[in-house]
Structures are given as structure tokens and as C-alpha cells.
Design a protein around this ligand. Sequence first.
Ligand code: HEC
Ligand code: HEC
Length: 153
Amino acid sequence: MFRYKKTITICCLFFSLFSISMYAQLLQRVEVKYTNLQVLPKNISKEALDKQMDFYCVSLNVKCAYCHAPSLTSPGKLDFAADSLAGHKEDGRRMLKLTQEINAKYFGATEREDDFLKAINCYSCHRGEEYPTVDVSELMKKNAINSLMKSKQ
Ligand code: HEC
Ligand code: HEC
């Protein structure tokens, strides 16, 4: 009988420890604190932030390290909050402001986090390229030839 009680007590203890650790993990997951957001909303959810970052990568066809600095403490990892040594992070901020401004001013986007890339977004211009610059004179030449061809048809 005594033994049986002891087993139950131990089981209960393990179960409570397990629940506490699960709860702590859950809290950690919900409360991700970003420490250096200057353009995006400070209370942005992890899900929304990850979506934005993935979208930048797809739009420019680059990886996280294109903008973010290597970690000085954990080799091989990135320090996402760091600004010094960060490749194109500041360019990213400038571009994000430009995109937000266009959306707010001309497409009625609000401050809601998922509205930031409402109508115009990184992909609208970049189309999978780091520098979406267009050689206008080349384009005009091509168009001029096209219209010449058309007029002869
Ligand atoms: C085109 C550049 C660019 C790329 C690519 C990019 N990021 Fe970012 N990231 C930024 C900018 C800019 C900020 C800061 C935004 C601000 O100031 O509001 C940021 C902020 C962050 C933060 C918040 C850091 C903090 O605590 O303040 C995390 C986390 C993050 N990025 C993760 C990623 C991950 C993961 C990837 C790859 C999937 C990635 N980023 C790719 C530009 C980029
Ligand atoms: C309205 C069009 C447009 C939008 C929208 C846009 N970009 Fe750009 N971006 C450009 C152009 C054009 C360049 C090339 C500028 C140059 O050649 O100097 C560029 C260059 C860049 C560069 C390289 C900057 C440098 O000077 O080396 C980064 C990084 C970048 N964009 C990130 C972004 C991200 C991230 C977004 C979305 C938040 C975005 N861009 C949205 C037009 C745009």
C-alpha cells in the first residue's frame, strides 16, 4: 500500500513538472520579443514577421544573410537584431518605408501588420531580382523594332 502511494506521488510530481515546462515553452513561443524594429510594428506576431522576411527573400531571390549580420557569439548563425555588419538591412528598411508609404498614400493601407504589403510589395518591382533596374533605352529600341515590325505586317 505504502509503495503504491509513493508511485502515485512520483507520477503526480512528474506530471506537474511536465505541465509547467510545457506551459513555459508555450509562453516563450507566444512572447517573442523583437528588439530592433524601427519600421515594422513593435508588437508584430512571429508569424507575420516570418512571413514578411520570407517574402523579402522570394522577391529578391536572396537568403536571410543578404541583409542580416553574422552572429558574433554563435558562429554560423545570424544576429537578426544587429545593424552593424548587416549587409543590406538598412536598404531593406528604406525599401520597406517606400513600400508602406505608397500603400498608405495611394492604396488606403492601414497600420495593420498584414496591410503593409497590400497593393504594392517588394515583388511588384523586384520580380526575383536584387536590382530591378530597367535599361530604358534598350527597352525603347526593342519596342521601336516591335512597332516597326507591326506596321509592316
Ligand atoms: C531584404 C532584406 C532582408 C532579408 C532578405 C531578410 N530580412 Fe529580416 N529584417 C530586415 C529588416 C530591414 C529588419 C528590420 C525591420 C525594422 O526595422 O522594422 C529585419 C528584422 C528581422 C528580425 C527582427 C530582429 C529584431 O529583434 O529586431 C528577424 C527575427 C528577422 N529579420 C529574421 C529574418 C529571417 C529569418 C530572414 C530569412 C528568412 C530574413 N530576416 C531575411 C531585412 C531583411
Ligand atoms: C517601387 C518599386 C520597388 C519596390 C516596391 C521595392 N523596391 Fe527594392 N529596389 C527598387 C529599385 C529600382 C532598386 C535598385 C536601386 C538601384 O539600382 O540603386 C531596389 C533595390 C533594392 C535593394 C538593394 C539596395 C541597394 O542599394 O543595394 C534592396 C535590399 C531592396 N531593394 C529591397 C526591397 C524590399 C525588401 C522591398 C519590399 C519591402 C522592396 N525592395 C520594394 C525598387 C523597389
